[in-house]
Design a protein around this ligand. Structure first.
Ligand SMILES: CC(C)(COP(=O)(O)OP(=O)(O)OC[C@H]1O[C@@H](n2cnc3c(N)ncnc32)[C@H](O)[C@@H]1OP(=O)(O)O)[C@@H](O)C(=O)NCCC(=O)NCCS
Length: 331
């Protein structure tokens, strides 16, 4: 077995990188019969993101990538936090590869001054996949459980429901994020990092500005993503009260992914969260026959958003488990 550093940005490693990305998809398919793992295209664009340091490792056996790992260090905020991914193909498990990859990840994270390491994996409800025992054995604690919900657009009748827009607000459905929305988007990106339930995760508020939003838009465009957003505007003040966003690209197949939904705290309690999501699902259902499902994750204690999803017709599927470990300082 050979441990090889890999990067999606090195032209002579393009085959190795694609095989590295595929290991995560194949491991998920083997464990869960489905995969929400990122494509090589997405991962390559994410590696270009200057806001997050990223190092990747492949384990190669007789020319075949059989395991992979990555470690990420946010560089704009959360400067003592780090994120890990690890996947080992089923037939190569229980030989210590996961442990060796994690040792490498922790070494990198400590070198970068990180005090906490976070990792996640998906599981069927109530299942205890290999990652569960591995995480416990390696000193991680379960910090948060997220519930995955799917809205099946083929049978959805919510678009026809006669639901009034909350009084005093106007909802504006748009495709893409024009420059005049970037400042509000940045403001909401910052708010969401403190407004959503974080369970036991040691995450700190993120720092966003118009430049960072512009760079994100450029990366999403390179990933081939279309973005559907709905904005809530307060008619009295003209203020932006909230937004919601769904993204899709042809390589995601029939599944579009819900991104953030946020209603500013001054405007909560009027049903805007539900209205925003309903209008966005309706604009996608009406014009995008290639999209069959909108998929979203929410913390299991985010009772308000889970209730909104249930009322809209979302159905609960698998869960995502977030694990966290405190790292010993370097040296
Ligand atoms: C979790 C995963 C990375 C472990 O990889 P691995 O190479 O099998 O891990 P190791 O061989 O180093 O296992 C280390 C220890 O973890 C525990 N462990 C790992 N898999 C286990 C399982 N299926 N059942 C019980 N204990 C397990 C054991 O204590 C094991 O030590 P042992 O084999 O001496 O008993 C692998 O199962 C995998 O790729 N799962 C899917 C993706 C995932 O969940 N990744 C982790 C989060 S990102």
């Amino acid at each position: 077995m050979e441990f090889v550093r890999v990067s999606g940005l090195e032209p002579d490693q393009s085959e190795l990188f694609e095989a590295w990305a595929q290991v995560f998809i194949d491991a998920a398919l083997a464990d869960n019969g489905e995969s929400d793992e990122r494509s090589a295209t997405d991962l390559r664009e994410m590696e270009r993101n200057p806001d997050v340091g990223r190092r990747l490792m492949a384990v190669v056996d007789e020319g075949r990538v059989v395991a992979g790992a990555s470690v990420m260090f946010p560089l704009q905020d959360n400067l003592t936090h780090s994120f890990a991914t690890i996947a080992v193909l089923p037939e190569f498990r229980r030989r210590g590869l996961g442990t060796r990859l994690l040792d490498w990840i922790e070494e990198q994270a400590r070198e970068q001054g990180r005090a906490t390491l976070q990792m996640h994996f998906n599981a069927r409800p109530g299942a205890r996949p290999a990652g569960f025992a591995f995480a416990e054995q390696c000193g991680f604690s379960l910090a948060q459980r997220l519930v995955r919900n799917d809205l099946d657009l083929s049978s959805w009748t919510g678009a026809d429901a006669n639901v009034p827009v909350p009084e005093g607000y106007r909802l504006v459905a748009e495709v893409g994020l024009p420059p005049e929305r970037q400042a509000d988007y940045a403001r909401f990106q910052e708010a969401i990092t403190t407004d959503i339930p974080l369970g036991g995760l040691a995450l700190e508020p993120e720092v966003w500005d118009v430049e960072r939003v512009g760079a994100l838009s450029a990366r999403l465009e390179a990933m081939g993503r279309t973005r559907w957003l709905v904005w809530a505007e307060h008619e009295g003040s003209g203020e932006c009260a909230g937004f919601t966003e769904v993204q899709w690209a042809p390589d995601l197949g029939p599944i579009a992914y819900q991104q953030d939904t946020l209603v500013h705290r001054d405007h909560r309690g009027h049903g805007l969260g539900m209205a925003l999501k309903r209008v966005n699902a309706a604009q996608i259902a009406a014009g995008q026959p290639a999209i069959a499902t909108i998929r979203t994750w929410n913390a299991d204690d985010n009772t308000h958003m889970l209730a909104v999803n249930a009322a809209l017709g979302y159905v609960v599927g698998s869960e995502m488990l977030e694990w966290q470990k405190l790292l010993r300082p370097a040296g």
